[in-house]
Write a protein that binds this ligand. Sequence first.
Ligand SMILES: *Cc1c(COP(=O)(O)O)cnc(C)c1O
Length: 409
Amino acid sequence: MLLEHLNHKLKAIADQDLTRVLRVAESATAPLQTVRGADGQARQLLMFCSNDYLGLAAHPQVVDAFAEGARLYGAGSGASHLISGHGLAHDTLERALAAWVEPQIPHAQALFFCTGYMANLAVISALGDEKAEIFSDELNHASLIDGCRLARAPVQRYAHKDMAALQTLLAASQAKVKLIVTDAVFSMDGDLAPLDELLALAEAHDAWLIVDDAHGLGVLGAQGRGTLSHFGLRSERLILMGTLGKAAGVAGAFVAAHPTITQYLLQAARSYIFTTAAPPAVAHALLKSLEIIASDEGDQRRANLVRLQAQLRAGIERLLAAYPQLGWQRVPSDTPVQPLIIGENGATMHLAARLDAAGLRVPGIRPPTVPKGTARLRITLCATHTEADIQRLLQALNEAAAELASESP
Ligand SMILES: *Cc1c(COP(=O)(O)O)cnc(C)c1O
């Protein structure tokens, strides 16, 4: 019965063009990567899909630090943080992260988690107890949504970035603890949450603002300190979740906040307490990543990213102007996440397959990851891309658009 039931569900997924497939990357994360497809063939593809925005995942100094960390501390941590898994590398990293966040959150302390997903589950479910009420942007990342599901607090969803709606909800709330939860950079759209307005609302309504900066950390703000720094914010009411597997190039995440909050999380955050601490080498490598992110080299990488974003944006605007009949749309974004909305699931996957045949990997993103009718190519850029790479992508998109335009009546 189970297999029959699942086969039925798999068919329904396939009928909506929603089947997801795994590909095997055979070489390190980089713009040019060898990837084995479903047909078993390995091919070199030009990738526009990783979140390794600064190109640190295979940076020689980060790789060396990883190897050094393993030599110094071994491969595994052996236990959870509160038993014996919390080593010198984890401790040093947490202190470095706290110092990193201090300009935005006075007296911040940081806790290092194995993944951003786990950090979001922890912070929302632990703080969102029966005395709390949670206010969540409708386009928040799945891990924030799952954190809300685990919380005991009631959850109010507000329309994407609708500050008036949020204000109404906050004003009506009787809860003792009010938690506003938002992506800083929305992961499928690349747009920024109005963090300045959100913080002002939090202050006006005695609420706390939980910010998920998975896509801003390393990319935005002075020295890549993230979206809070980009907005020039500083407040004790901020609770920051940052991930370390994207621009930082390694793995893991952290929550930084007022010491009372982090001390409470240490007692109550189940996905911190009941899991084996990340390998110490991960923390050791991240110390090197943070150093590079804040350095002149980090600035150069970010400057390159901004140039590439501008080149892509200009090219896509020309493309949309040339083929308005296709109904494709750009989402205004000043981040390395540059979506091109196609609309239908089938058309989106068809276009992704066509780019794949041309040697380019640009993932098609479909519901439920994005709202129905807004299936899209999620183009992401890395500092290690070149102008010629962007040109190649634009040319392939133009060829596909020309062909589609001539096919449609
Ligand atoms: C990727 C992502 C996460 C999850 O982080 P991991 O470290 O990959 O588990 C959380 N929030 C957002 C917005 C993300 O994009």
